[in-house]
Design a protein around this ligand. Structure first.
Ligand code: URA
Length: 413
């Protein structure tokens, strides 16, 4: 972004703002000296070459908050976000605190966007079109109050995998061709007409979770059961998490791996085991001769439980009542996937799978047991293996994990 001192800064997107903000910070331009122009003030122009990026390092949490708040349709948002970044970069960590005026506003913006996103994710309705070469199979129309289309798009791209769809809003549309997201301006004038010959049916995310695992999945039996994981309020953990992280993997995997709960990176990505523990798990699976894509990966608890330490979000072990609240989802996954072997990665998973709050991992390591018609194999959690002090002891813990996975492979075949 070629930023001229004393000239207004045009911004059309978060990426443009970020590039401009970095350049301004590098030149020590104070927030009061910048005039930001928004999309409605200036037409979009091809992106100018970036200045060499200055050394602006911010925490993942702050980046996530800025990115989320940037979707909030509120006046002067770019100027406000730059002020937050400026204060943070100048050592004012209180800028994120709820007691700080800017911190409170930032949090309110993030919460407004998150609420909107939650409502959209639960409420959006996809209509299935008659097959037509090149056209997306499902189409949805929505009118979000904030600019949440990119997040919605990323969510459904991960969710619907190879199934093609388009989401249209009054300002923009995004299409998923099964591999890549394509954004355009407003394509449709929506809302779509009532159900007529052109549409095959309506697909709501309330059914999406279940149907993507198994098309014959029944809706939740009890009337007070949440319709989707996204709407889950069975315990309080949803309040501080970015999103729930559902399990992922083949609908009928023979082996299911159950971890404890999503970590910082999983919470942001919405997928299990994508952080450091996931990398180590990948190596252990490879060592055991198992393909990660053949396995269903999930967690005993679906929301990230954490506490702030400085600017970092530190993992906190879930309480028994949270494990019990979330057992509802684990049981649904077990019923749908019907794995022959379930691997408990660590103590929390073992408690959840055995239904025994006093289950002790050490006593079960290396000894598969039959439980409710399937094998349970207990192994160390990969995050524990990462933390074991000393190379030799760590290698031994890794071997226990890999051996358990090898045993699971044997039992599943
Ligand atoms: N640890 C877990 O238990 N699960 C994850 O998904 C990531 C880290």
């Amino acid at each position: 972004m070629d930023v001229q001192l004393n000239s207004p800064v045009p911004v059309h997107s978060f990426d443009e703002w970020r590039a401009a903000a970095r350049a301004l910070l590098e030149r020590q331009v104070a927030p009061e000296a910048v005039r930001w122009l928004t999309a409605s003030d200036v037409p979009a122009v091809p992106a100018a070459p970036l200045l060499a990026a200055p050394d602006v390092r911010i925490s993942r949490t702050l980046m996530h908050m800025l990115q989320t708040a940037a979707c909030c349709r509120t006046p002067n948002r770019w100027a406000f976000l730059y002020r937050v970044l400026w204060r943070w970069q100048h050592g004012e960590r209180a800028v994120l605190a709820p007691q700080d005026a800017d911190g409170a506003r930032l949090r309110a913006m993030v919460a407004a966007v998150q609420r909107e996103l939650d409502a959209m994710l639960v409420g959006i309705r996809f209509r299935e079109r008659r097959p037509d070469a090149g056209a997306p199979r499902f189409v949805a129309w929505c009118e979000p109050g904030h600019e949440v289309l990119p997040q919605l798009a990323r969510h459904f791209a991960a969710r619907m995998r190879r199934v093609t769809w388009m989401i249209a809003t009054p300002e923009a549309s995004v299409m998923w061709d099964g591999a890549t997201l394509h954004s355009t301006g407003a394509l449709l004038r929506g809302p779509f007409p009532a159900e007529t010959g052109g549409w095959l049916g309506v697909f709501s995310p309330a059914r999406l979770d279940a149907e993507l695992i198994d098309p014959s999945a029944a809706p939740p039996a009890s009337p007070d059961a949440p319709a989707t994981l996204l709407a889950c309020r069975r315990c309080a953990l949803w309040q501080n998490a970015t999103q729930p992280v559902p399990g992922a993997g083949p609908a009928r995997a023979r082996i299911m791996l159950v971890g404890e709960q999503p970590g910082d990176q999983e919470d942001l990505a919405g997928q299990p085991f994508v952080g450091p523990a996931g990398k180590l798990l990948g190596s252990a699976l490879a060592q055991a001769g198992l393909e990660r894509r053949a396995i269903y990966l999930t967690n005993a608890v679906k929301h990230f439980k954490w506490e702030a330490r400085g600017k970092r979000r530190m993992h906190k072990t879930p309480a028994q009542r949270e494990i019990e609240a979330c057992a509802y989802w684990l049981e649904r996954e077990l019923a749908l996937v019907q794995p022959r072997v379930v691997v408990a990665l660590g103590n929390t998973a073992l408690k959840a799978l055995s239904g025994n709050p006093r289950a002790a991992l050490k006593q079960m390591l290396g000894t598969p047991v039959q439980h409710q018609g399937r094998w349970i194999v207990a192994v160390y959690h990969p995050a524990y293996v990462l933390r074991v002090p000393g190379d030799e002891a760590r290698a031994r813990a890794f071997a226990v994990l890999a051996d358990g996975l090898r045993e699971a492979k044997r039992l599943a075949s």
